[in-house]
Ligand binder design. Structure first.
Ligand code: NAI
Ligand code: CS2
Length: 481
C-alpha cells in the first residue's frame, strides 16, 4: 500500500520573517531546525520562506508538504525524529525571479540567510574578491529584473527596499567560509559599487552581515534510505533529513531588526565568531577534506569506513594536533583535545552515510580556507607540515580524474577541466602547474621550494602504491624526523 504524503497536520504556517537562499539538506538539518525550536520556545514571526536559485526539486519536495519535513537524528546508540515546521514554502528563482525579488523586498523580512555552497558566492577563493569575470555576475549586472546569483538578488532587493524606504534586513551567511558575513558584505558592496557608489554607501550604513560558525554533519540522503525511513515513519516524506545528534551554532549578535530566540535553544550569541570559526574550519573541515581525498583513493566510500582504519585514525589525530591546531586561538571554554576526540567520534558514526565523494566536491573552493592558513603558519614557524603535504598530494592525484590503479575519479569542481589539464608525467611539473593555478594558493606558498619538493615527494610515492594507506607509516616517520 502506498504511504500518504506528510503534511503540517494541524499546525498553521508561521508568518514569514526570514528568507533563506539554498534550501539544501544542511539548512533543513540546522538553521530551519534551530528556528523551529526557537519559535516553539519563544514564539515570534520567524517563518522561513525558502528560495532555490537552481533546480525546482526541493520545491517539489516541500511545497506539497506545506514546508514540513522530518528530521532524523541518529548515531549508534539513539535515533529520534522530529517534525520541523519553520519552513513555509519554497520559491524557484529561475521560474520566476521577480517573485523572489518581491519576497526579498517585503517589509516583513528581517533576516536573509544563505547556504548556497562556497561556489555560490562567485568570489576568488584566494583573496575573497568578487570575480567580475564570472559570466553570472556579468549577467546580473546587465539584468536587474532577473538576476541569477545570490549577490545579484540581494543587491537589487536592497536597492528596491532603500528606494521604497523599507528598513534593512540582516544577511546571515551559513556557509563554511572564513569570516562568512564579512566576505559576503564585501562581495555585495563590490557589486553595488558598480551600480552606484551611493547605493554601496547606503547598504554599508544600513545592512548588517553577522558572521557565524555552523556545525552539524548533514549528509545528502539517497532514495533507498529515504524510503526505508518513510516505511518506519509510515508516511511519505520527500524532504526528510538524517543528521547526527551534535549541533553547534555560534553567531555574531548584530541583527538590525531582531532575530529568533536561537540562544534559548542552544545557539551561542557572541561579539566575535572568529576563533570558533577558524577552529571548526581547520580541525573539522580540514580533517574532513583529508579523509575525502585519501579515503577516495583508498577505496573508502564513506567517512566512517575510512576512519575505522587504525593507522589512518592515527594520521588524522596527528594531523589535527600537530599541523591544524598550532595556528589557532582556541576559545577559553573549549578543551581542544576533547574537541578533536569528539570529531573522530563524530566521523565514526556509521549511521550517517557521509560519502567521501560529497566532501571531495568543489575542492578548489574549500581547500584555501581549510588548509592554507595552517600550512602558511607551519611554514613561517619552521613547523612540520608533512601530513598536509601528503593530503595535498592526494587531492592533486584525485583531481587528475584517475585513482592509483587507473580507476576513474569523479571530479566535481568549478575548474575540473583546468585541474585535469595540469597533469604531467613529470610529477614536479604537475605539482608546479597545480600550485600556479590562478586565485587558489598564496603566492608565497606556491613558490616555496620546500612546499613544491614535499608535495612532489608524496605525489611521486603515490605512483608506486595501490593505496595511500600503504604510505601512512612513511608519512608518520618523516613527520617525526
Ligand atoms: P545541498 O547540495 O543539499 O544543497 C546545496 C544548495 O546550494 C542547494 O539549494 C543548491 O541549489 C544551492 N547551490 C548550489 N550551487 C549554487 C550556486 N552556484 N549558486 C546558488 N546556489 C547554489 O548541500 P548542503 O548539504 O545543504 O550544503 C550546503 C552548504 O552548507 C555547504 O556547501 C556548506 O557551506 C554548508 N554546510 C553544510 C554542512 C553539511 O554537513 N551538509 C554542514 C555545515 C555547513
Ligand atoms: C564537509 C562539511 O561537505 C563538506 O565539505 O566538510 O559540509 C561538513 O559536513 C560540515 O561542515 C559539518 O559541520
Amino acid at each position: 500500500m502506498s504511504l500518504g504524503r506528510l503534511t503540517r497536520g494541524d499546525e498553521s504556517a508561521p508568518n514569514v520573517g526570514i528568507v533563506h537562499l539554498g534550501v539544501g539538506a544542511f539548512h533543513r538539518g540546522h538553521q530551519a531546525w534551530y528556528t523551529h525550536k526557537a519559535m516553539k520556545h519563544s514564539d515570534g514571526d520567524w517563518g522561513i520562506l525558502g528560495v532555490s536559485l537552481r533546480s525546482g526539486k526541493v520545491a517539489e519536495q516541500l511545497n506539497p508538504q506545506g514546508g514540513a519535513y522530518t528530521l532524523v537524528e541518529q548515531d549508534e546508540r539513539n535515533i529520534s525524529t522530529e517534525l520541523v515546521t519553520s519552513l513555509t514554502q519554497v520559491l524557484v528563482a529561475p521560474n520566476n525571479p521577480q517573485d523572489v525579488l518581491d519576497a526579498l523586498a517585503d517589509a516583513s523580512v528581517k533576516i536573509v540567510s544563505l547556504t548556497i555552497t562556497e561556489k555560490g558566492y562567485c568570489h576568488q577563493p584566494s583573496d575573497g574578491q568578487l570575480n567580475f569575470d564570472s559570466p553570472e555576475i556579468q549577467y546580473d549586472l546587465a539584468h536587474p529584473d532577473a538576476p541569477v546569483t545570490a549577490i545579484g538578488f540581494l543587491v537589487y532587493a536592497m536597492q528596491s527596499r532603500i528606494a521604497k524606504g523599507i528598513p534593512a534586513f540582516s544577511v546571515l551567511s551559513c556557509d563554511n567560509l572564513r569570516a562568512n558575513g564579512l566576505l559576503l558584505q564585501n562581495l555585495i558592496l563590490a557589486f553595488a559599487e558598480r551600480i552606484s557608489p551611493l547605493l554601496a554607501e547606503q547598504i554599508q550604513s544600513q545592512y548588517t552581515f553577522p558572521c557565524c560558525m555552523v556545525d552539524r554533519i548533514v549528509p545528502s540522503i539517497d532514495e533507498t534510505k529515504r524510503q526505508a525511513f518513510c516505511q518506519v515513519l509510515d508516511v511519505d516524506d520527500q524532504a526528510i533529513v538524517v543528521t547526527e545528534p551534535f549541533h553547534q551554532w555560534v553567531i555574531e549578535d548584530m541583527f538590525v531588526q531582531g532575530r529568533p530566540a536561537w540562544e534559548k535553544v542552544g545557539a551561542l550569541m557572541v561579539s566575535s565568531v572568529h576563533n570558533y570559526e577558524s577552529m571548526k574550519l581547520q580541525l573539522l573541515n580540514g580533517s574532513h577534506s583529508a579523509i575525502a581525498y585519501i579515503g577516495k583513493l583508498s577505496g573508502f566510500d564513506t567517512v566512517s569506513a575510512a576512519v575505522q582504519h587504525p593507522p589512518f585514525r592515527r594520521y588524522l589525530h596527528e594531523l589535527m594536533l600537530t599541523e591544524l591546531l598550532p595556528s589557532l586561538i582556541i576559545p577559553p571554554e573549549i578543551n581542544v583535545y576533547h574537541y578533536c576526540e569528539q570529531l573522530l567520534h563524530r566521523f565514526s558514526n556509521t549511521r550517517l552515510v557521509h560519502e567521501t565523494q560529497q566532501i571531495a566536491m568543489d575542492g578548489t573552493q574549500k581547500l584555501p580556507q581549510r588548509w592554507m592558513k595552517p600550512l602558511t603558519y607551519q611554514l613561517n614557524h619552521g613547523l612540520c607540515a608533512e601530513r598536509l603535504y601528503f593530503a595535498i598530494a592526494n587531492w592533486i592525484q584525485f583531481s587528475s580524474g584517475k585513482g592509483l590503479n587507473g580507476e576513474p575519479m569523479k571530479v566535481q569542481d568549478p575548474i575540473a577541466e583546468d585541474l585535469s589539464l595540469c597533469f604531467n608525467s613529470d610529477v614536479k611539473l604537475w605539482v608546479e602547474s597545480i600550485l600556479a593555478l590562478p586565485n587558489l594558493f598564496d603566492e608565497a606558498v606556491a613558490s616555496d621550494a620546500l612546499v613544491v619538493e614535499s608535495i612532489t615527494h608524496w605525489l611521486t610515492r603515490l605512483q608506486y602504491v595501490d593505496s595511500p594507506m600503504a604510505l601512512l607509516s612513511e608519512v608518520i616517520a618523516k613527520s617525526e624526523k
